[in-house]
Structure formats: structure tokens, C-alpha cells
Design a protein around this ligand. Structure first.
Ligand code: TRP
Length: 367
């Protein structure tokens, strides 16, 4: 019985995304790109990437078709960025019923007021106009997220900045569980992007968040022409009217994207008259550098990043049955792993009656 994973001090990643739409470059900069680097670093013993359909249903209960539609989209997005099923387990959350069971026990360790103070939940309640009519499932999703993370004894959770309060809440649940029932669960660490621009990539219209409803996203699955069109109409400095005018970098979406995606190699290849981004920025601030030139450069940078993703996606789209098998096998493996943790949890809570020889002896003694 028990704790094998913890004993060996393994390094384990768990992360995931709600399948409410196709993934975009905000997801990519904020988390997806890093996952692939971590996967290929060889530093991790196990990597679990979850399509969080059950969580998506907590605020989409009336739209099951939307969630169902996006399972394959998200799986294709994962495979196209280079998540390799030989190295990472891709799985579907609702298939791992152990997660729901863990959530139920963790609910006893969290207060209503603590959930109300979770900043992400607070903001999302406002955004969705839930106010007093919040579905209970939605309200408690930080607890289910703690189940997702701890079920795999994850040590590392690479996510975007908006998920920080979830990881914090998970750590609290782990502490509480371990102090009440004994050392059982593993405390996870959050892993945020190290590049400031990647933390919060704005929409193409300069708005703080990329969202499908605002129509300001560049999707990983966009065609070359879509990407070019979106970049050429991106929000820049509204006061930079003539080329010779000095330009502003703050709130200038094109430069934020360059901060997130460009490197000196891109300059050598596509814009050799500048050594690096600092030189380009200086010229823009001084005046004499037009938006179109900067946008064309950004387009080259983004196409270089996105075209291998597009090509890999096209390959996988030809073999949907293969993708389905990846999801099925991944989900089975994830379920087995979570079942082992659930056994450990039930043992720690002393509710593993039929696996606990002492239970029967005790009861016989009593009666
Ligand atoms: N909340 C995450 C999102 O909205 C998805 C998610 C669910 C997740 N469970 C998780 C992320 C566990 C990291 C770890 O994208």
C-alpha cells in the first residue's frame, strides 16, 4: 500500500484546459509552449495533460454540445503544438470518476468564506453575471481542481497567472488533509511563464483578455491568411498617425506580441536593419517607423511559430481515429493512477473498510 510516488520523489506535471473553444496564442504563450519545453526537457517522470470537460460543465451545464465539440479541437491543439503521447498522458477529466470522489472528501476541508475569497472565482462570478445564482458546482470548482492536481501527486502545475489562486487553494487543502489524516498528498508548485508579456497576452484589439465572444483571438488552428489579416489590423498606438510621429509602446499590442514571441534570430532573418527588439522600439518611440513595417515583421515571427503547428495539425486531422485512441488510452492510464491515490486517501481517512483487516477484528471485539 501507498505513497510510492511520493517516496521516489518524482517530478510530476498536471495541467489542463477547459474545452470551451479552440486554443489560441494566449494559451500558447501563457502555458502550452512551456509544457512542450518541459516535456522535452526530460526532467519530469510523468506528465498529465487534462481536457477539463467536467470543469467546463460547471458554467456550461446548458451547453453540453459545445463541450463535446471542443474535446477533439483541444486534443488536436495539444498534439499540434508537440505534446507527444509517448511522453505525456492526454486524458479527459470526466472519464476519471475518482476525481469527483476526491472532491467530495476535500469539500469537508474548505469553508464557504474561503471559496468566496478566491479571486479567480470572484472575478468569474462577476464576468458571468452569476451573482447570487451561482451554480454550486461552479462555486466549488477550486476544490475539484485540487482533486485534479493531487490525484496525480503533481509537483508542478504550469498554468497562466489567472490560475494562481487555484494552486494556492490546492496547497491549503493539501496542508489541511495531511495535518488531519497524516502525510498523504503532495504539495504542488505553480510554474508561471518567465516572460512578462506571456503572462497576459492581450487580444488583437488591445483588450486585456482574449475571448471568443470579443472576436480578438488568434487561434492555433487559424490559416496563414487569417493570422496575417488579424495581425495587420491589430491595435497599436492610436495617436501614431503619420510615420514620422513618435510612437508609444505602452498598450501597443504589436509590441506586446513581439515581447512575447520574437528573438534576435528573427531580426537577423526578417529585419536585419535592427539588431534586436530594443533597437526597433527605440526607432518607434523616436518616430519614423510605420506600423505596417512592424506588423509585417510580427507576421513573419508568428508564421514561423505557427506554421509547424498548422502542419502537424493537418496530419492529425487525417487520423481522427488515432487521436481518439490517444485520448482513450490516456484516460485509462489516468484513471488507474488516480485510483491508486484514492486508495491512499481512503486509507488515510480510515474508510477503506474492506481493505483493512483490522476493521473486522475491531468490530468483532466490540460486539
Ligand atoms: N482551470 C483551468 C482553466 O480554466 C483548467 C484546469 C482544470 C486545470 N483543472 C486543472 C489547470 C488542474 C491546472 C490544473 O484553464
Amino acid at each position: 500500500m501507498g505513497f510510492n510516488i511520493m517516496e521516489k520523489n518524482k517530478k510530476i506535471i498536471l495541467t489542463g484546459d477547459r474545452p470551451t473553444g479552440k486554443l489560441h496564442v494566449g494559451h500558447y504563450a501563457g502555458s502550452l509552449k512551456r509544457r512542450v519545453e518541459l516535456q522535452n526537457s526530460g526532467e519530469f517522470d510523468q506528465i498529465f495533460i487534462m481536457v477539463a470537460d467536467a470543469q467546463a460543465l460547471t458554467d456550461n451545464a446548458d451547453h453540453p454540445a459545445k463541450i463535446r465539440e471542443n474535446i477533439m479541437e483541444v486534443a488536436l491543439d495539444y498534439l499540434s503544438i508537440g505534446i507527444d503521447p509517448a511522453k505525456s498522458t492526454i486524458f479527459i477529466q470526466s472519464h476519471v470518476s475518482e476525481l469527483t470522489e476526491l472532491s467530495f472528501y476535500y469539500m469537508n476541508l474548505v469553508t464557504v468564506s474561503r471559496l468566496q475569497r478566491n479571486p479567480t472565482v470572484k472575478a468569474e462570478i462577476q464576468m458571468r453575471n452569476f451573482e447570487t445564482s451561482i451554480p454550486v458546482g461552479f462555486f466549488t470548482y477550486p476544490i475539484s481542481q485540487a482533486a485534479d492536481i493531487t490525484a496525480f501527486h503533481a509537483t508542478t502545475v504550469p498554468v497562466g497567472e489567472d490560475q494562481a489562486p487555484m494552486i494556492e487553494q490546492t496547497r491549503e487543502i493539501v496542508h489541511k488533509f495531511n495535518s488531519v489524516y497524516g502525510e498523504t498528498l503532495t504539495e504542488p508548485q505553480i510554474l508561471l511563464p518567465d516572460n512578462e508579456a506571456c503572462l497576459r497576452l492581450p487580444g488583437t484589439d488591445g483588450k486585456a483578455k482574449m475571448s471568443k465572444s470579443l472576436g480578438n483571438c488568434i487561434y492555433l488552428s487559424d490559416t496563414e491568411e487569417d493570422v496575417r489579416r488579424k495581425i495587420m489590423s491589430m491595435f497599436t498606438d492610436p495617436d501614431h498617425i503619420r510615420v514620422q510621429d513618435p510612437g508609444r509602446l505602452e498598450g501597443n499590442t504589436v509590441f506586446t506580441y513581439l515581447d512575447a514571441f520574437s528573438n534576435t534570430g528573427h531580426f537577423a532573418e526578417y529585419l536585419p536593419e535592427y539588431a534586436n527588439l530594443d533597437e526597433l522600439k527605440e526607432h518607434y518611440k523616436r518616430g519614423g517607423l510605420g506600423d505596417v513595417k512592424v506588423k509585417k515583421f510580427l507576421n513573419s515571427v508568428m508564421q514561423e511559430e505557427l506554421s509547424p503547428i498548422r502542419a502537424r495539425r493537418a496530419e492529425h486531422e487525417k487520423d481522427i481515429e488515432g487521436v481518439y485512441e490517444i485520448l482513450r488510452k490516456g484516460s485509462t492510464h489516468a484513471k488507474e493512477t488516480a485510483a491508486e491515490t484514492l486508495r491512499e486517501v481512503k486509507h488515510a481517512m480510515k474508510i477503506d473498510y474492506f481493505e483493512d483487516a483490522e476493521f473486522l477484528a475491531e468490530q468483532k471485539e466490540r460486539f
